[in-house]
Write a protein that binds this ligand. Structure first.
Ligand code: KG4
Ligand code: ZN
Length: 340
């Protein structure tokens, strides 16, 4: 019997209905981009309030697409970690309320493991064990994925996530929010060697990343140090494109290099990649190139499952198979510490 999955970790309110064999029966995502655009970043309080308004209509929409009633649902899965506290709470309270009202068991989903599971959903073969790279607005992490729900953290960013760096570069260049897709689009017409931006921690003997120095280097290239009003900077369209291309090249270079090293060190045959930044065309291309060169297999999440969605909550089916249900005591885990 199908499950209902709920996702509200950041600024996307999403629900999906998924059959026990993984077929998507209903899928609804309400994005909040327009609400956060003027702040050029996600405002946690605004996000939580918007989730509250949208969560029930989104669940209704997924259920009616599936043409099912609550009697047809076997379990309710919800992303309980990591994410913004207020956002997580809305999804969790909705899931618990439905679990009580419909008398269904609850399943806790780790949002980052779910991002990686999107790769499994697009494959007809078992993709585990493997190395997993999560690249999103809030996280940049490498894992040894023994199976879909048994993941060991290898390393991750010590400061900003790569998606955050894309968004801030987009903001500095007045490209709107989220900046990632716009930066990536402009980069296509830029000179990737125009600026020699830093590749922080590329040669470090660990699996950590750092993107704040790269972000600052882009800032200095635009305005120099000190307080500056980015809206007053005059910069040609070609220089903007060159900045985007050089920034994207530096960020992708480190991601590809360290992921490939993890695959080699752990003697894995496959790398899987998920999260919003996995939609980046240049990253996808460079990863494919490196996989061919080094001889490992590569599974990148399909484009429609890179950014936040509830379909990837199908990972809950793996937990149900192992009888791993959560109690009604389940609480949110924002997971602000590293190593999550
Ligand atoms: O996974 P996601 O939807 O949310 C989090 O869990 O954080 O990722 C959102 C991030 C944003 O930073 C956005 O700018 C970035 O993914 N992103 C991209 C692209 N599409 C989305 N970054 C670079 N290139 C893209 N094409
Ligand atoms: Zn995400």
């Amino acid at each position: 019997m199908p499950i209902l999955t709920i996702e509200s970790t950041c600024d996307e309110t999403a629900a999906a209905v998924i059959s026990e064999t993984g077929t998507v029966l209903g899928d609804c995502v309400a994005t909040q981009e327009a609400l956060h655009e003027k702040f050029r970043g996600v405002v946690p309080e605004v996000a939580a309030r918007a989730h509250l308004e949208r969560i029930l209509p989104v669940i209704d929409s997924a259920m009616s697409q599936a043409d099912l009633t609550h009697q047809d649902i076997t379990a309710i899965a919800v992303a309980d970690r990591p994410g913004l506290a207020g956002s997580l709470l809305v999804g969790l309270v909705a899931a618990k309320t439905l679990a009580v009202a419909w008398e269904k068991p609850l399943v806790a989903v780790n949002h980052l493991h779910a991002h990686l599971y999107a790769c499994q959903l697009a494959s007809d073969r078992n993709i585990y064990p493997c190395v997993g790279l999560v690249v999103s607005g809030g996280h940049t992490s490498l894992y040894h994925c023994r199976d879909p729900i048994d993941l060991a953290y290898l390393g991750g960013t010590i400061d900003d996530a790569v998606g955050e760096a894309f968004d801030k570069v987009g903001a500095m260049l007045q490209l709107g929010f989220p900046g990632g897709p716009a930066v990536s689009k402009l980069a296509e017409s830029g000179d990737r060697k125009a600026f020699d931006f830093p590749r922080s921690l590329k040669r470090a003997d660990n699996f950590d990343f750092s993107f704040s120095g790269l972000k600052t280097a882009v800032r200095y290239a635009i305005v120099g140090p000190g307080h500056q009003d980015f809206s007053k900077i005059e910069i040609t369209a070609q220089t903007k494109a060159d900045l985007c291309a050089s920034f994207e090249t530096a960020a992708v270079d480190v991601l590809v290099h360290k992921s490939a090293r993890a695959v080699k060190k752990l003697q894995c045959e496959r790398l899987i990649v998920g999260g919003g930044v996995a939609a980046n065309g240049y990253l996808r291309k460079q990863l494919k190139h490196r996989a061919m060169q080094d001889g490992f297999e590569l599974n990148i999440a399909p484009m429609n499952l890179c950014t936040d969605n509830a379909v990837m909550g199908a990972i809950a089916l793996e937990k149900i198979k192992r009888n791993e249900f959560a109690s009604l005591e389940l609480d949110i885990t924002p997971g602000l510490q590293r190593g999550f």
